[in-house]
Design a protein around this ligand. Structure first.
Ligand SMILES: [Zn+2]
Length: 264
């Protein structure tokens, strides 16, 4: 039973991503809307969908920006969560392979291609909004348990074998206060890139998964490893100034047609 003091604790969201590293078949999809994966993507990365109609964008946004299939510790809510200021990323590398530079290139990809995201990597002299912990697989559970400091979370972790996960906290208005990304570094470059893009989307406020949407990296049945046209659109929508932290599904649904029309 929760005491009154417990119930007032800030809830946080913990997303366990059970990413499948199998070739995803795009057979049967409309090929005219697809192009090869971008340069720098993993060798087995799926081709990229390039065109979406309004209903694809609306339904995906409502799925990915609201709700969650995560372990929610605390009260539940269903509202927009986003950062409202420049996002300071700190990269903490403790694995035997240092993938800090590789993560920085992933983040640069977001910053360059999603102009509405204002983010930068900072050193230890600046308080971080997002901490990216790059760890060996053998240290993943202990790193996560140390950061969570919560027996409920530890019990959950022990039942799974995640390669990457994200925890985030928002205030009562839906402003993200902090996100912690954990990624294993010693399972190869392809897994690292898939995790890095996937978890960064979560950390920026797209907290849900949609395992039946074939064009998002947040489909856990796909291994992607690049910032897709679709996920870029999701972030441009989330960080449109008209979409404010704390908004309900209803508020957002009213605005989406106009926002989608303004996408580049
Ligand atoms: Zn995930």
């Amino acid at each position: 039973m929760h005491s009154k003091a417990m119930s007032k604790m800030r809830p946080f969201d913990l997303v366990f991503c059970i990413l499948a590293f199998i070739a995803y078949s795009d057979q049967g999809m409309a090929a005219s809307r697809m192009r090869p994966a971008p340069v720098g993507a993993p060798s087995g990365a799926p081709r990229e969908y390039t065109a979406f109609d309004e209903s694809d964008l609306t339904s995906g946004f409502l799925r990915l920006a609201f709700g969650s299939d995560m372990q929610r510790l605390g009260e539940s809510d269903d509202r927009i969560r986003k950062f409202d200021h420049r996002i300071a990323f700190r990269i903490s590398s403790s694995g035997h392979v240092d993938r800090s530079e590789m993560y920085k290139r992933v983040l640069d990809d977001f910053i360059v291609r999603v102009p509405r995201i204002d983010a930068a990597v900072v050193d230890t002299s600046t308080a971080p909004d997002v901490i990216v912990r790059l760890v060996d697989a053998k240290d993943f559970v202990s790193a996560l348990a140390a950061a969570l400091g919560d027996s409920t979370a530890s019990a959950f972790i022990n039942q799974t074998n995640p390669r990457c996960t994200t925890r985030s906290r928002a205030d009562e208005l839906g402003h993200l206060l902090r996100a912690d990304i954990f990624i294993v570094v010693d399972r190869g470059t392809d897994i690292f890139l898939d995790c890095a893009y996937h978890e960064t989307l979560h950390a920026l406020g797209l907290m849900n998964h949609a395992d039946d949407i074939p064009w998002t990296t947040l489909n856990q049945r796909r291994s992607v490893g690049y910032l897709s046209v679709y996920d870029r659109a999701m972030l441009q929508m989330l960080y449109d100034p008209k979409i404010r932290a704390g908004m309900s599904r209803f508020d957002v649904q009213m605005l989406l047609p106009q926002i989608i029309q303004g996408l580049d």
